[in-house]
Design a protein around this ligand. Structure first.
Ligand code: DAH
Length: 349
């Protein structure tokens, strides 16, 4: 047998052997070892090819051709086995878990309940044509008290309630200064709603030194208490539902005359005073809960902002956002709003 013939037989034998061994490689490592052994730089194929230079030109041509074919076959066997091993690996992985399990959820933020309710209240009024206005939390005595007809000796001006920053400078104790600020810069008719933070020297389980109010007011010719009642009734029905009852109780505020407090039928017991035979803890069995203060703007306030009380009249109201939120969502403890526990906040997202 010529040495060319011998080389070709060697190559054919190699192809036969490699087809079996590659096809049966049981791991990526075993397959890689075989690839190096057959196709590597110093592998079996390379060793056989190294003998080519000793052949005649014709033998070289034939053996060379066979070598190329064998190389292609070996590569193809290798690739087929590699794909097979990958598929088996994927299948084993898929068998390990339940593809019907829900995916991972990504936590998202949400609005604070006080923001949700504040926005909702403002929307109810802007739907009636009220414009939303805001003002500074640091105020002067003039806007917070004097222009709102607080007599100099009024207890609300006392250091007990007000956080003073300087002689006449203080943290606003209510959003009512927005009445003064807005009416000084606009001519009636004016209808505005003013949400914001307010501050008082008061801190216990039911009082926070910072809390939120929403002020509303309307000034025009011929505004009456009936307009106030209609506006507030619409608002209550929007926020607490159309079956909620509304009642006005006479009250006193320096900046309104007459003044009233507004109660709504208890959100917990629906005005019955008891829940399942038990005294209602929300309204203390009275069937009513207070939600805001209001009244007809005092002529002295209109004078302070250069509006003639003989020509114009107006109404105003103010409410606590924490209180409305507690009633609306049945939140029993004011402190929950300020502790920022996500287990509480997450329930509103
Ligand atoms: N400013 C009052 C307070 O903080 C709330 C209030 C009552 C505002 C009556 C008003 C009003 O505009 O008419 O307690």
């Amino acid at each position: 047998m010529s040495s060319g013939q011998a080389l070709i037989e060697e190559l054919t034998a190699l192809a036969g052997e490699a087809k079996n061994t590659l096809g049966q490689a049981s791991s990526f490592e075993a397959l890689e070892e075989l690839r190096v052994a057959y196709l590597g730089r110093k592998g079996r194929l390379a060793q056989i090819m190294a003998k080519l230079p000793g052949l005649t030109a014709e033998e070289k041509r034939q053996a060379g051709q066979t070598a190329n074919t064998v190389k292609e076959e070996l590569t193809a066997h290798y690739t087929v086995r590699l794909e097979g091993l990958k598929r088996a690996q994927d299948e084993a992985m898929l068998a390990g878990f339940d593809p019907a399990l829900p995916g991972r959820s990504h936590p998202t933020g949400g609005l604070h309940p006080l923001s949700i309710v504040s926005d909702e209240i403002c929307r109810a009024f802007s739907g009636m044509g009220f414009e939303v206005v805001t003002g500074p939390e640091i105020e002067t005595d003039f806007y917070n008290f004097e222009a709102l007809n607080f007599p100099p000796e009024h207890p609300a001006r006392d250091m007990q309630d007000t956080l003073y920053i300087g002689d006449n400078i203080l943290l606003r104790t209510h959003t009512s200064p927005l009445q003064v600020r807005t009416l000084l810069s606009r001519k009636p008719p004016v209808a505005a709603i003013a949400p914001g933070k307010v501050y008082r020297r008061d801190s216990d389980i039911t009082h926070s030194p910072m809390f939120h109010q929403i002020e509303g007011f309307l000034v025009d010719k011929g505004v009456t208490m009936a307009d106030l009642r209609g506006t507030l009734t619409f608002f209550v029905h929007r926020i607490f539902g159309p079956d909620t009852l509304v009642r006005f109780r006479p009250s006193f505020f320096p900046f309104t005359e007459p003044s009233a407090e507004v109660d709504i039928s208890c959100v917990m017991c629906e005005g019955k005073g008891h829940v399942g035979g038990q005294t209602c803890r929300v309204c203390k069995s009275t069937g009513w809960v207070e939600i805001l203060g209001c009244g007809m703007i005092d002529p002295n306030v209109l004078k302070a902002v250069d509006i003639d009380p003989e020509v114009y009249s107006g109404f105003a109201f103010g409410m606590g956002v924490e209180r409305v939120t507690m009633l609306k969502y049945g939140v029993g403890d004011l402190r929950l709003f300020f502790e920022n526990d996500v287990r509480f906040l997450g329930q509103f997202a």
